[in-house]
Design a protein around this ligand. Structure first.
Ligand code: HEC
Length: 240
């Protein structure tokens, strides 16, 4: 490869990354730890208490929480299943996670149907969801009274405002907390981390399995390297 070609390639890479950075808001990092079951359980609780009324997880089943998150069947039935089936009896453990919103009326209220969130952590990325949920601010020109730095003119209300409080821009264009919420900023960010951790697990539950298989593979490799080393000593002993 000649030099000019390499320079051309580098120039292309840099110019495209600068372009990408200038056209989008910087995403905040979030620490995803799928091995932390307590965090995944807290995330599930936050999701079902605050989000499941509008958003479905239609490619996931309640029953998976029993094995994957170690939540007992009774707990899933009493705390996570908040819907009923057509006949009025509670939704079954093996059902997919849908809700009973009427698409026409919710469209009238919000202008759009709230999207299913099963795969959002894969399509948008965990950092995107984390940044989205920490970027609401007061904007009285919007129908919901709030706007979002990452997703301008979003149609979702800031449903967690009672936890976070309400941020607003002061006269110097600085973001300040106008109304306090139940949590400090740090506690709120921790809850959002748990929630995003949960949505990341939901987007690819097989990851949990890969995590545990991965550990066994590492243990095997270390053990195998040791055996190979012993073999090497054994073989070379006579050659010396
Ligand atoms: C009152 C209904 C409502 C509730 C409750 C709600 N949302 Fe939303 N959400 C919406 C609507 C409507 C949109 C679509 C916004 C748009 O496209 O302008 C949305 C969009 C989103 C998006 C963007 C998805 C995408 O790919 O564009 C995410 C992520 C999201 N919501 C997460 C959550 C989480 C997490 C919760 C719980 C803390 C929650 N929402 C609670 C109504 C709701």
């Amino acid at each position: 490869m000649n030099k000019a070609y390499i320079f051309f390639l580098l120039g292309f890479i840099f110019s495209s990354s600068v372009f990408a950075a200038s056209s989008s808001v910087e995403l905040k990092p979030v620490f995803i730890d799928l091995g932390n079951k307590a965090s995944l359980q807290r995330g599930a609780q936050i999701f079902f208490n605050n989000c499941s009324g509008c958003h479905t997880l239609q490619y996931h089943r309640y029953s998976k929480f029993v094995d994957d998150l170690s939540i007992s069947e009774a707990m899933v039935k009493s705390n996570l299943i908040l819907t009923t089936q057509k006949g009025g009896e509670p939704t079954k453990l093996g059902s997919t996670i849908t809700n009973s919103i009427n698409h026409d009326s919710i469209k009238e209220a919000f202008g759009v149907v709230p999207p299913d969130l099963t795969l959002t952590a894969r399509s948008r990325g965990p950092e995107w969801i984390y940044t989205f949920l920490t970027s609401f601010y007061e904007d009285n020109s919007r129908p919901m009274g709030v706007n979002n730095i990452l997703y301008p003119n979003v149609n979702m209300p800031h449903v967690l405002w009672y936890k976070e409080g309400l941020k607003t821009y002061d006269e110097n264009n600085q973001l300040i907390l106008k109304v306090n919420g139940q949590l400090s900023q740090k506690e709120y960010e921790q809850e959002i981390t748990d929630l995003v951790n949960f949505l990341t697990y939901v987007s690819e539950p097989a990851q949990l399995e890969r995590y545990s298989i991965g550990l066994w593979v590492m243990i095997f490799l270390v053990f195998f390297a040791f055996i190979t080393y012993l073999l090497k000593i054994e073989y070379w002993r006579d050659i010396k």
